[in-house]
Design a protein around this ligand. Sequence first.
Ligand code: ZN
Length: 374
Amino acid sequence: MYTVVSFLQRFIPSRYRSRRFLLDRYHFDLTSFDGDVSTWLDRFPVTTDNVEMYFGLAELFRRRGEFDKAVSVHEAILNARLDGYSVSEISLEIAQDYYAAGVLSHAEEVLLQALDHADDEISNRAFRLWLSILESEQEWARAVELVEDYGIPGSGGLRLANLYCEMIEEQRRQTPLSRLLKTLKKPQRLGVSARAEIIAAELYTELNRVGDAIQSYREILIREPRRVDLVLSPLKHLSLMNQSVPQLLTFLQQLYQRHPSARILEVYLELSSVQATALADDINAALLEEVQQGDSYSVQLYWLNQQSSDVQQAVAPLLRGWEKRSLEHSDDYLCIECGFYSDKLVWQCPQCESWETLFSRYELKIEQKIKKAS
Ligand SMILES: [Zn+2]
């Protein structure tokens, strides 16, 4: 489980991680230190000789959840004004104490100060920490503002796009759709986020702009065919609605050549039955192979319905097994950055915190297959 403590660990430089210290004549094992901190600070003021011990002690307090003590120690270090220890760097530690303690306003004050006044390295650390905090607090509008103001241009476009998406999702109920579409233009212009296009298509659908919605869904599939699991179903319904099924069939036939996913075949077969059109030759050729792969129950049923009644009867006992193995019951989502997997799609990986890196495991497998073949 993701915890505040493990989240903060990443920001603690390794030199503060040692465990045993000698202070004056006393040996400390920090893992069991239990003394009164203000007494120790009075008796042994922070000096160059013992400052590392105090950093370690503050870290220990933070881990134990004794944030007030962590702040006391860090402030004592700060007030000692030692050479080689920058005020901004120690302030960053204090900001982390405040955040861990849930006092967000104090953390913000310190971090914004560091963003504006510290050198590049500290300022970048303050930026990353503050952005992570805003993300974990789901303060999307402020996160967007932060990245717009301080983000490094060209980096993290996907993250910025998703901060916009989160903000728009949050505002979706109480904001006019046309205004949301206008805000959405910014992440769309970044040109990296399938999610931004999916939201655009959904908003077009709500506004009854069916043609625009279809266009958006198609563009997602052209750019990112691994998202067929999300896009095909609404695209199918919209095409049925505005009677553009023949065009969709042609589109799917071409898409299947690039990305032979059983999901595409499923929709193709269903729509060609609705239209009562014959299957294209290459689809016909792919059908038997897909049946043998056994990934899609509906593809197998389609094939079975074309067989003689003898074959249908002979195969009937196998149907339940087919159904259980089919995509809708067996597929899950995998993070391509860190390998985290989840039953359902999440846009931000809970393990590595990357955005839009979870994909259908099956669609990733199809992608691998194409890469190997070429
Ligand atoms: Zn991940």
